[in-house]
Design a protein around this ligand. Sequence first.
Ligand code: URA
Length: 188
Amino acid sequence: MSIDTIDRIRDEVINCRLCSLCKNRTNAVPGEGNFKASIMFVGEAPGRNEDEKGRPFVGLAGKILDETLAKVGIVRSRIFVTNIVKCRPPQNRVPTEDERRVCCKYLDRELSIISPRIICVLGRTAFQSLIGVGNILANRGKLIEKDRKLFFITIHPAAIIYNNKLRCTLEKDMQTLVSECKRLNIPI
Ligand code: URA
């Protein structure tokens, strides 16, 4: 069996026709970043800007993510950023369970190759897809171990577009993530 690589996943994602989201996309959006990242950030699905550019978190939610990371001293080029679903759902609707199930195979492969020490779960869709049980609000700001993987739960940066008061929540959680990395000797 040949060795899987991030480049191979990228090629497959770009040409993927496994679900109907491929019909309306401009570009599929594979994960990107540092292949040796100790933290992988996982969002929901690309939005309009990401669909146009073929890159994750490059629109307004991405700007908020970048600002928050910078504030707590996480350098974006040192992490890996990806989504549960790699193509933009029409009108940015929440991806269906079928779309998530089919597309999560790419995420599983990204996870196996990068093997991050912590998977940072951004928002409800990623929480439901990766953790499955429980309530995101009861778990945000916390580390959860599941299937021998370590997840850190926080809100989606896009939530701040609709409610600016949540900016403090995201910043506080990211500070906690940095503290947990220090406590666990995880380089960031
Ligand atoms: N929202 C997401 O969940 N992912 C992106 O890449 C952009 C916005």
